[in-house]
Design a protein around this ligand. Structure first.
Ligand SMILES: Nc1ncnc2c1ncn2[C@@H]1O[C@H](COP(=O)(O)OP(=O)(O)OP(=O)(O)O)[C@@H](O)[C@H]1O
Length: 850
């Protein structure tokens, strides 16, 4: 029993032990599972927090990115708006009060917007708040009267200050303060309308709109000033009739330049009505949307009063004169000159440009005015106006100034400015001493006239427009020749004056139909009188332009020139008859910088092949051209010699800068005498002759110098000539097969008249020519044997400071040529080619004259 019990106990114990073991195992497994679950939970938690962290970072980055983009875009947008604002509210329309000053609008530019305050933006500096008015809107301002009145004052000041004086007319209806609210504007002559005046005023504005509409219907551009009507009132004041008129104005006014600015009066709903709702110093406006406007303070009173007084003063004085730039067309070189040339030279007192015609009628112009009255300035303005309208294929200028000075030098290339006016073909400056150059220009134009007349005949055309139509490929620009102080050319009863008058008469008579137009200007009554005696000539100059105090330019009974102020001109296209006057205000065309800018613009537009103009400067001494100096290998005796090599003596006074040549063929008398006491010039003439001969082929030069003052020059010449030798007298000269030139300096000091005579007489046929310098005609005669000596071996001469009468023995006509010596000018006569002698400018051969 006891063992059974023990066995049972053991079994139970065993079972308990098993159960305990199993329970422990289950517990251990559960513990493990719990541990694993806890690990997983930790992992998930960690992952969650990492995720959260990353998300937060991504969100921050994106937010920063968005903010950056927002700031960038906003700054860009604000910049654009600011730039746009600066363009749409220019000068006085947009400047803050502390910088404010009235500004002149560009001619023809439409009015822009006006500033009332600033738009507050979060991060950016405030933008100007702009609202429309002139040509754009009526304004209704709603808010406390004192603030609104300040805004109206500012708006008016900006509108008046950014337009020309007189362009805005102001009407103020102010029944409460009887005009006191806007009294600072009174100097401008504004219309104040008191109580009871509203109805008639509105009726009058409606009539004005009707009138403007009539002119619009007739296609004329609106010229009336803007009407700004300020209504400071109370809705209750209006009758039905007044309300109806006001509504009409609100609907139709803007298109006719009529604008309402209303405080305390409701304007009808219409797209042209802009409302500004004011609260304290802030406002909301239809024009700026939801953005709040921080209003500008009203302009200081003294600023308004000062501006109005100055403007009233300017209005009394009229609009300022046009500037040179105002004469320019919208498009350069867009006009055709086939029918004529029309260009404004200034404006009339109302500011409209005055155009001056040149063509078949009137064909030529006469300008007169005393010294300093502005002739040169007028010519500049006219040329600028023409040159901007007509390109070089339509117009060519020939300009000649007989005044001392360089007024036309600006049109040609200079040391500081390489540009030129592309239409200029020829400019003569400092020509007061060189009337021959004026003559050369007239001869050249005479040639052109003949060419045109022949072409017209070929094409059966009677005037330039027909020739151009018949010969579209031809180059037939209109020619405008300007001669300032032309009386210098006509003064002096000599051959130059006679020929000049004949040429002028021909050009004036026939130039009309061939497109050659003359503009003659003179300060001197005697100049005009020089023409007056020649009614055939003066009658062609139907366009007259008289500057202040000009005499005899207009008809006797036309006194307009005596009464016009400075910088004005009377333009008269009917030969100066009273009743055909147009008074023009001339712009100031003297500013070199303005001119240069314009000229450079035109110069850059010049067509290919547009040649530099020829400049003749009477004060400049031309240098011997390099082509007239020996260069390269020395020609030997076998090189062919031309039949009559030409000795270059100086520059001809002509339209083209050409040298004057003396032909030295194997003919009797082919010698040259240079006459006068100006050693430098005599040496230059001989040197130019010798060097140019040496440049043409094989030649030998024998230099005889009998005046120590000319010694250096002669020695230098010997050094430069390829084949030359020095002799002390004429006796020892060699006999040669090639041309042989004897250069004799001061031959009057020689002691062998017989030898010299023999050389002069027999030499040329053996190709030995004397190029000699004698200090006077009498000494030349002495050196050839005395009073009875024959001078025919001297076939050509160049006279320096020798009076015309002294040249009689060397001249075919009795009394000698008409010649009064001039510095650096010489008279050249070659018996075999000249009928009358020609004036030349001795070349400068060595700039130091040694
Ligand atoms: N329309 C103008 N506006 C401003 N200044 C002007 C005007 N016209 C001329 N002037 C000035 O007046 C001065 C004289 O003008 P200008 O040289 O044109 O006169 P002029 O009649 O040609 O004189 P002169 O015959 O003595 O040369 C110059 O200083 C010029 O700048």
């Amino acid at each position: 029993m006891g063992s059974y019990r023990n066995a049972l106990v053991a079994v139970v114990r065993q079972e308990l032990a098993d159960a305990r073991g199993a329970a422990r195992a289950v517990l251990a497994a559960a513990e493990t599972a719990r541990g694993e679950a806890q690990d997983r939970r930790r992992l998930v938690r960690d992952a969650y927090s990492t995720c959260l962290h990353q998300l937060a970072e991504a969100r921050d980055t994106s937010r920063r990115d968005i903010q950056r983009r927002y700031q960038f875009e906003t700054a860009k947008l604000v910049g654009n708006v600011r730039r746009l604002a600066a363009l749409t509210a220019v000068g006085a329309a947009g400047a803050p009060w502390r910088l404010w000053a009235p500004s002149e609008p560009e001619r023809g530019s439409p009015p822009g917007l006006v500033r009332v305050g600033t738009l507050a933006l979060d991060d950016s500096p405030p933008l100007p708040a702009l609202i429309p008015l002139l040509d754009a809107a009526h304004l209704e301002l709603i808010g406390p009267a004192p603030i609104v009145d300040g805004i109206i004052t500012g708006l008016l000041l900006r509108s008046l200050g950014s337009t020309r004086a007189g362009d805005v007319q102001l009407t103020v209806y102010d029944p409460e303060a009887l005009g006191g609210t806007l009294a600072s504007f009174a100097p401008l002559g504004i219309s104040f309308v008191g109580p009871g005046g509203l109805g008639p005023m509105l009726d009058e504005v409606v009539e004005h709109i009707c009138r403007v509409n009539e002119t619009v219907l007739s296609d004329a551009p609106r010229t009336d000033p803007w009407r700004v009507v300020v209504l400071l009132a109370d809705d209750n004041d209006l009758t039905d009739g007044q309300r109806a008129q006001l509504d009409r104005i609100a609907r139709t006014g803007v298109a006719c330049g009529v604008h309402l600015i209303a405080r305390g009066l409701r304007l009808t709903d219409h797209p042209s009505v802009v409302r500004l709702l004011v609260k304290d110093q802030m406002a909301i406006c239809d024009a700026t949307g939801e953005l709040e406007i921080r209003l500008d303070p009203p302009p200081p009173d003294d600023q308004v009063v000062g501006f109005c007084r100055a403007t009233a003063e300017r209005m009394r004085a009229g609009p300022p004169p046009a500037q040179l730039a105002d004469l320019q067309p919208a498009t350069l070189w867009a006009e055709s000159s086939a029918e004529g040339l029309t260009a404004p030279i200034g404006d009339s007192t109302d500011g409209s440009l005055v155009e001056v015609p040149l063509g078949d009628d009137p064909p030529h112009a006469l300008i007169g005015g005393p010294s300093g009255s502005g002739k040169t300035n007028l010519i500049y303005s006219w040329l600028a106006s023409l040159a901007t309208r007509y390109g070089p294929s339509e117009l060519a200028f020939y300009l000649l100034d007989f005044k001392e000075g360089v007024s036309f030098a600006r049109f040609v290339p200079g040391p500081r400015d390489p540009s030129w006016l592309p239409q200029v073909r020829l400019a003569g400056i400092n020509v007061n001493g060189d009337r021959e150059f004026g003559l050369a220009m007239l001869r050249h134009l005479g040639e052109e006239l003949r060419t045109r007349a022949q072409a017209a005949k070929r094409h059966d055309a009677t005037k330039l427009s027909e020739l151009r139509a018949e010969d579209p490929a031809g180059h037939w620009p209109r020619i405008v020749a300007v001669i300032d102080e032309f009386q210098v050319l006509l003064g002096g009863r000599d051959a130059v004056a006679d020929e000049a008058v004949t040429l002028l008469e021909d050009l004036a008579r026939r130039g009309r139909s061939q497109g050659i137009h003359l503009i003659l200007a003179s300060q001197d009554v005697s100049g005009i009188e020089a023409l007056w005696g020649r009614s055939g000539l003066v009658g062609q100059f139907t366009l007259r332009i008289a500057l202040p105090k000009a005499r005899r330019i207009l008809a006797e009974n036309n006194l307009a020139a005596a009464v016009i102020p400075r910088h004005h001109a009377v333009v008269n296209t009917e030969s100066g008859t009273a009743g055909a006057n147009l008074v023009v205000r001339l712009p100031d065309a003297g500013d070199r910088l303005v001119w240069r800018t314009l000229q450079r613009r035109l110069w850059r537009m010049r067509p290919d092949g547009c040649e530099e103009p020829r400049l003749f400067d009477g004060d400049a001494v031309p240098r011997l051209p390099a082509s007239c100096r020996p260069a390269g290998p020395v020609p030997d005796a076998t090189t062919p010699v031309g039949s009559s090599p030409g000795a270059v003596l100086g520059e001809r006074i002509d339209v083209a800068a050409r040298p004057a040549r003396l032909r030295l063929g194997r003919m009797p008398g082919r010698n040259l005498a240079v006459l006068g006491t100006r050693t430098d010039e005599a040496c230059d003439v001989l040197a130019a002759a010798a060097l140019s001969l040496a440049a043409q082929g094989p030649a030998h030069f024998s230099v005889v110098c009998l005046d120590p003052d000319a010694g250096r020059s002669a020695a230098r010449l010997v050094a430069e000539l390829p084949s030359a030798d020095w002799h002390d007298d004429l006796a020892e000269l060699p006999l040669l097969d090639i041309p042989h030139y004897v250069l004799g300096y001061a031959l009057d000091a020689g002691s062998d008249p017989a030898g010299l005579r023999r050389l002069l007489t027999d030499g040329p046929e053996q190709r030995t020519h004397v190029l000699g310098w004698w200090r006077s005609v009498a000494r030349l005669r002495d050196s050839l044997g005395g009073p009875g000596a024959r001078l025919d071996p001297i076939g050509a001469w160049v006279a320096l400071d020798v009076q015309g009468a002294d040249l009689a023995p060397l001249y075919p006509q009795p009394g000698g040529p008409a010649w009064y010596p001039r510095a650096r000018r010489a008279l050249f006569f070659d018996r075999s080619v000249h009928r009358t002698p020609e004036v030349i400018i001795p070349y400068e051969v060595n700039s130091d004259h040694t």
